[in-house]
Design a binder for this molecule. Structure first.
Ligand SMILES: NC(=O)c1ccc[n+]([C@@H]2O[C@H](COP(=O)([O-])OP(=O)(O)OC[C@H]3O[C@@H](n4cnc5c(N)ncnc54)[C@H](O)[C@@H]3O)[C@@H](O)[C@H]2O)c1
Length: 346
């Protein structure tokens, strides 16, 4: 195959800030040939800005012009558009979360299996240098069998004041489905995809529903706010592992932090910043990693893995079955909070 012809559906923030610039840096392997957005004038502006030749009025028209697409619309449309693309034989990279419901994810996977077109999800935290180090450390048994995982994806008073992030109908949820999903995905990947069996979750919205909040990421309407701004969960897995999970857009904490730490039988690690905790020669050892300047951008590595996979030169790092598991967990957390009970996962 010559260069991969790529289209972009939904040319808002993430498409213009991450996807389009990343694919353009891979110009020897991929050319961006078409864009589509329900906001036609935004699509035309983006096409002009990034020198992309075609603006498609509807996404079905775009499929005839490309080999692959990246879907960067609000979450509600991920499944519908991805399935249509896959059925047209077009490879799909879809923004996270894969979709709002497990059912949608399953239908996306079926469409991919039926047509043979590839499907991947933009869980780009996996490509951060710290995550790559953690993956190698776990794989090389530096911490032995993992036992307990702690995840905190925490922001202080940063409800997104732009876009549709606070709209449940379009996004399916708030801090969990927007931010927590990255860390859930990363934790499951580092733990080698353990099978979840039980989930307890609580979601909160009271802070953001209260008028007159101090918010560092612009203004939002507290009355129409109908998603979670803070979520806690306890998840157990069939191999005895457990995970304590918390994420927030708007916590009353000292400062933002992203923490993912794993305690294993022989050692432990923390991902951001990467540290390894071990016991050797009768002493406790802490190792830190110096992340070298100029490490490639995770968004670029994500685009490269997708393009190389479409060209048959690599294997997808983010498999759709793994992303489905993240959506299944989020669905269970929301359901557990609604029902006030723990949820068993088959
Ligand atoms: N990976 C990350 O870290 C990250 C960061 C931000 C957003 N995202 C994800 O990217 C997606 C888009 O987020 P964003 O911040 O770019 O939002 P955005 O609102 O800036 O852009 C979304 C674009 O999609 C268009 N659109 C809406 N419905 C459409 C439809 N049915 N068909 C075609 N176009 C449609 C809108 O007109 C808009 O231009 C979401 O799924 C979000 O979760 C991921």
């Amino acid at each position: 195959m010559s260069r991969l012809k790529m289209g972009v559906i939904g040319v808002g923030g993430i498409a213009q800030d991450r996807h389009i610039p990343s694919f353009q840096l891979l110009a020897d392997k991929v050319s961006l040939t078409a864009v589509h957005d329900v906001d036609q004038s935004r699509a035309e502006r983006a096409a002009r800005k990034f020198d992309i030749p075609h603006v498609a009025d509807d996404y079905q028209d775009l499929f005839g012009k490309v080999d692959a697409v990246t879907v960067c619309t609000p979450n509600k449309f991920h499944a519908e558009i991805a399935i249509a693309a896959l059925e047209a034989g077009v490879h799909v990279l879809v923004e996270k979360p894969m979709a709002i419901t497990t059912d949608e994810c399953q239908r996306m996977i079926q469409a991919s299996q039926k047509s043979g077109a590839l499907l991947s999800v933009a869980y780009h935290y996996r490509y951060t240098p710290e995550a790559e180090l953690a993956k190698q450390a776990v794989k090389n048994k530096e911490i032995g069998d993992p036992l307990v995982t702690r995840v905190q994806a925490m922001r202080r008073r940063k409800v997104p004041g732009w876009g549709v992030f606070t709209n449940k109908e379009l996004q399916g949820g708030g801090s969990l489905i927007d931010f927590g999903c990255h860390l859930l995905d990363l934790a499951l990947w580092l733990l080698d995809d353990p099978k979840p069996v039980e989930v307890m979750g609580r979601t909160y919205d009271r802070l953001s529903k209260t008028p007159g909040q101090v918010n560092d990421w612009g203004a939002f309407d507290h009355e129409s706010f109908n998603v979670d701004d803070h979520v806690t969960s306890y998840i157990t897995f069939d191999n005895g592992l457990s995970m304590q999970f918390e994420c927030s857009w708007a916590a009353n904490i000292k400062e933002d932090h992203t923490t993912l730490s794993i305690s294993g039988v022989d050692g432990g690690l923390s991902v951001y910043p990467f540290e390894l905790y071990q016991a050797k020669y009768g002493a406790l050892f802490d190792s830190t990693a110096k992340i070298r300047e100029g490490e490639p951008d995770p968004g670029l590595l994500q685009a490269k893995n997708f393009v190389d996979s479409c060209l048959g030169e690599a294997e997808l790092v983010v498999k759709p079955e793994q992303a489905l598991k993240v959506t299944r967990l989020m669905e269970a957390i929301y359901e557990s909070s609604e029902k006030g009970t723990s949820i068993s996962i088959q």
